[in-house]
Design a protein around this ligand. Structure first.
Ligand code: GTQ
Ligand code: FE2
Length: 368
């Protein structure tokens, strides 16, 4: 990985020069040599970095444009095969503050994945939790534990940790989509296991609805046979028609004078696990936001990092000091504790995912 630490010798200089530090003397220098030789580091030279007054992420606010990503993914589709070994034709967003690592934020992976007509991405499983979100196109079925799940614009699809999954393009058109995973978190925590499955998707049927949806995706209705709380949602696909209707209804209720919107002109829904009412997966929260044209959100910040994908419309985004205009397919990251403010130029639809379940489980959540 590219996350190796720089050589430690500057520590000594910092220690000798630092505020509140004793005058440098040969004895002090010798003390620091002793620390170095024994691979020891004193807290007093590092405390500002290690224990900041508030989170100061190495990750930086950044925007990637779909108009740049898609042609590169297409080119990869021409030049790079998909198959065993590489596993996926997925191209990750690399946050410029994270030393070249393929991490969108310190905890989250975000990638554009591309599959040509007739291609299969081989079956595998891993402990990392994954989802797909489709911003354009259709025609790929992702088989999750053998259950083929159609992928279409606006759909949010789950591949929870340790579920076998392969992707099959059943059409004559290529398809691109967004992947989100907790790969960086799993890397830091050393929780990763991986197991290959068959080289090809075995069930290449193309049902409209997956078995998972037929069992689980009826509003407010849980199969009585399914009594256990599951760590991840059993719903393999959250369909756009439902998300869209929920958001449209929130805004319509607002117009009729009824409560429900998150803020004026701002509808929002969270994708949930029907067995718990909580987040869809243990490490990833996913939401969809719709702002009426002209709505501007108050700057707000929270502990933990997010990735946003513009699903439709255009607007202006401010994250800390950074400011961009965004349009359909553009992605941007919000590092921990950096304030985010959105202004909707047109009606603006945003898909968002974050590490919030981890932050909350650690009792580290704060916002203002
Ligand atoms: O589609 O299974 O972007 O395993 C990264 C790792 C996608 C996938 C990624 C993966 C996948
Ligand atoms: Fe995978």
């Amino acid at each position: 990985m590219t996350t190796t630490q720089p050589a430690r010798s500057p520590v000594t200089l910092k220690a000798v020069a630092g505020p509140g530090q004793p005058e440098p003397t040969p004895a002090l220098e010798e003390l620091y040599r002793g620390f170095e030789n024994e691979l020891l580091v004193p807290l007093w030279t590092e405390i500002g970095d290690l224990m900041p007054l508030s989170p100061r992420s190495n990750a930086v606010a950044h925007r990637w444009r779909w108009s740049e990503l898609l042609p590169l993914a297409r080119r990869a589709g021409d030049l790079v095969p998909v198959g065993r070994g590489g596993e996926r034709r997925a191209i990750a967003l690399a946050n410029p503050g994270l030393g070249g690592a393929p991490y969108a934020t310190p905890t989250l992976w975000a990638a554009i994945q591309y599959l040509n007509p007739g291609e299969d991405a081989p079956v595998h499983r891993h402990t990392q939790n994954a989802f797909r979100f489709v911003v354009e196109g259709e025609g790929v079925w992702t088989a999750v534990d053998g259950d083929p799940v159609a992928m279409r614009r606006g759909d949010f699809l789950l591949t929870p940790g340790w579920a076998f999954h392969g992707h099959h393009n059943a059409t004559t058109e290529p398809m691109a989509w967004l992947d989100g995973l907790d790969i960086p978190l799993a890397r830091y925590l050393d929780t990763g296991f991986f197991e290959p499955g068959p080289d090809h998707v075995e069930d290449t049927s193309t049902p409209e609805r997956s078995r998972s949806e037929r069992l689980w995706a009826h509003p407010g209705l849980r199969p009585v046979s399914q009594k256990e709380a599951a760590a991840s949602s059993p719903i393999a696909a959250y369909r756009w028609e439902h998300t869209d209707a929920a958001l449209a209804d929130q805004l319509a209720l607002e117009a009729e004078g009824h409560p429900g919107v998150l803020a004026p002109g701002h509808a929002a829904v969270r994708f949930t696990n029907p067995t718990t009412g909580g987040d869809v997966m243990p490490t990833i929260r996913a939401e969809f936001h719709r702002l009426r044209a002209g709505t501007a959100t108050e700057p707000a910040r929270e502990v933990g990092s997010s990735v946003y994908l513009v699903f439709a419309g255009e607007g202006a985004v401010r994250v800390g000091e950074a400011e961009w205009t965004v349009g359909q397919g553009d992605l941007f990251v919000v590092p921990s504790w950096q304030p985010l403010a959105l202004t909707a130029g047109s009606e603006l639809d945003l898909f968002r995912f974050s590490d919030a379940p981890v932050i909350e489980r650690l009792n580290a959540a704060r916002s203002e």
